[in-house]
Design a protein around this ligand. Structure first.
Ligand code: GRG
Length: 290
């Protein structure tokens, strides 16, 4: 699985490098490239590519979706590391974008990655019908904005140093991390014009996968190493972050995560052999050490 994730990351990086090369040059490009290329698992792209397998979609129908999602994900990390947010100087084993380029450049590079994501979906070389592109754009905007990542980040910051219950933490993490994963699983079903029931199913699977990924991220903050995860560990407690671990403890959170994982896998099994790869990545998400 690790080799597959790395290979997919290389393919998406190659696409993005070319995309950056074909942009009219601006002084923000170096910071945008720094925040997007050079590291990062690009696991969301592997999820998109593996979901595409369920719907028999070939690579050319989803590569723009992968690149757009990685731009938005990188944007969220650049802004997450800013002094006004989580104030982290290390990301992907190297200085975070604002530490390297300065705060204002990091803000603008992040914003530009968000808008570039929408450009990538509308690119005329992406051979998908315009009506489908409009649906993808609307869904991506919903997942990234105040009803998705940005809204989740707001809750995450406002829950610091407070006692918050399981359902509120779940809602916050499903927005902050789950919504982009939701888009990763939903988008291939949109491109292949599946019915509403299938699209709903893929949305739920994606959101749950993202929630699982966030729980694993919180577990890594306790048991992971800075060298492996490429960012400081043991910082959630210091910052007073509201996590399930803070509420339930490490062991009970792990048990909770295993139950959620089983629920996702049971849903995926309905899709037969074609969902094998997505099931493997679901396992990886909880087992990962980076
Ligand atoms: C993106 C619209 C938008 C707004 C920004 C700052 C912010 C609002 C949101 C932060 C969201 C955030 C940082 C969620 C955490 C998700 C998470 C677990 C990130 C780590 O993802 P990995 O492990 O990172 O996939 P790599 O480095 O591998 O890419």
């Amino acid at each position: 699985m690790q080799r597959e994730i790395k290979n997919n990351a290389k393919i998406v990086d190659r696409f993005l490098k070319k995309y950056f090369r074909n942009q009219n040059y601006s002084n923000l490009i170096p910071a945008m490239e720094y925040g997007t290329l050079f590291g990062g698992k690009k696991i969301r792209s592997t999820i998109i590519l593996n979901t595409a397998k369920i719907f028999n979609l070939n690579f050319s129908k989803v590569i723009n979706i992968c690149a757009a999602v990685e731009c938005i994900h990188s944007y969220s990390l650049i802004h997450d590391d800013l002094p006004c947010m989580d104030n982290d100087k290390l990301r992907r084993g190297k200085p975070s974008t604002h530490a390297k380029f300065g705060e204002s450049t990091a803000v603008l590079a992040g914003n530009s990655l968000l808008t570039m994501a929408f450009e990538i979906i509308t690119d005329k070389k992406y051979k998908v019908k315009p009506a489908i592109k409009v649906i993808l754009l609307k869904k991506l905007a919903e997942c990234a904005g105040h009803t998705g990542i940005a809204g989740g980040q707001f809750l995450d910051l406002s829950y610091e140093k407070r006692k918050i219950g399981v359902s509120k933490i779940t809602n916050m993490q499903k927005k902050k991390t789950g919504k982009l994963f939701e888009f990763c699983c939903l988008a291939p079903s949109i491109v292949s014009r599946k019915n509403n029931l299938t699209k709903r199913d893929m949305s739920i699977i994606g959101e749950e996968l993202g929630f699982l990924f966030q729980i694993a991220d919180d577990l890594l903050d306790i048991k992971g190493s800075k060298k492996n995860v490429g960012k400081p560990v043991k910082k959630d407690k210091k910052k007073g972050k509201s996590t399930l671990i803070k509420l339930l403890g490490y062991k009970k959170t792990l048990e909770f995560a295993f139950r959620r994982k089983k629920m996702i896998i049971d849903k995926l099994k309905k899709y037969g052999n074609k969902s094998k790869k997505l099931i493997q990545i679901t396992d990886f998400i909880l087992d990962r050490s980076y």
